[in-house]
Design a protein around this ligand. Structure first.
Ligand code: 1GP
Length: 226
């Protein structure tokens, strides 16, 4: 439906946070390639549905990044399924996804469903603690990327620094390992300069928090990737 190969920039909206209609309109019309709806805490069906209906008035593709099974609803263009590689619990790598497929596997449209091999790099972040992660060394993070490309053959490897700006040298090193798998970078992008730096190496950058903290600057990150 959409050509993900050309995507460079995505805004991520948290269904648990307040945002004005005007800002949603600006984000959707900014030239970004897609909007992800996703969060860690207090993600409810109501929040996920409300954001969907507000974004749907625009032509931009809209993706639900699944954080819990209760908040999944039809109507999104795509569903991204995180598989947390550096979690210490098998639950977050494969079990919650398995449970969901036991329950809903018959009605899933697999063309809309994409797995993300997640590597979470910020120990202070909610998502790191929620998924009981262990911080990999650079060498170990690169090995996760190699596994995602060659063993698991997933469409996306997501280097997640949620809340803090990451190490561009590691992003570059990981990009060199990936041919088929697309590299998504997210975390702490607050300026157009940071957006430009990370998008030099990552296929796609994700911009989250700054939407709420500094909306004007958030909008400027789009052009920095093009
Ligand atoms: C979070 O990777 C995204 O899942 C974006 O991170 O909120 O720090 O921009 P920030």
């Amino acid at each position: 439906m959409y050509n993900m190969d050309e995507w460079k920039h995505i805004f991520k909206l948290d269904p648990a946070k307040e945002i004005s209609g005007d800002m949603i309109d600006k984000l959707c019309e900014s030239g970004t390639d897609a909007i992800i709806v996703g969060g860690t805490d207090d993600v409810t069906l109501d929040g996920v549905l409300q954001l969907l209906s507000r974004i749907r008035r625009h032509a931009v593709p809209v993706i639900l990044e699944i954080s819990n099974i209760e908040s999944v609803t039809p109507g999104y263009d795509y569903y991204f399924v995180p598989m947390v590689l550096n979690s210490q619990e098998k639950k977050w790598l494969i079990d919650v996804q398995h449970e969901a497929i036991v329950e809903y596997g018959d009605v899933i449209n697999w063309d809309e469903m994409f797995a993300e091999g997640y590597c979470i790099m910020n120990p202070e972040s909610k998502v790191y603690q929620h998924a009981d992660c262990k911080l990999p060394t650079d060498e170990e993070a690169i090995a996760y990327a190699r596994m995602v490309e060659h063993l698991f053959m997933l469409p996306f490897f997501y280097l997640e620094y949620s809340g803090t700006y990451g190490d561009s040298a590691l992003v570059e090193a990981i990009q060199q390992e990936l041919q088929e798998t697309k590299l998504i970078y997210g975390g702490g992008i607050e300026t157009k300069e940071q957006a430009a730096e990370m998008s030099e190496f990552a296929d796609i950058i994700v911009v989250g928090n700054v939407i709420y903290d500094n909306p004007k600057e958030a909008l400027k990150t789009v052009n920095a990737t093009k």
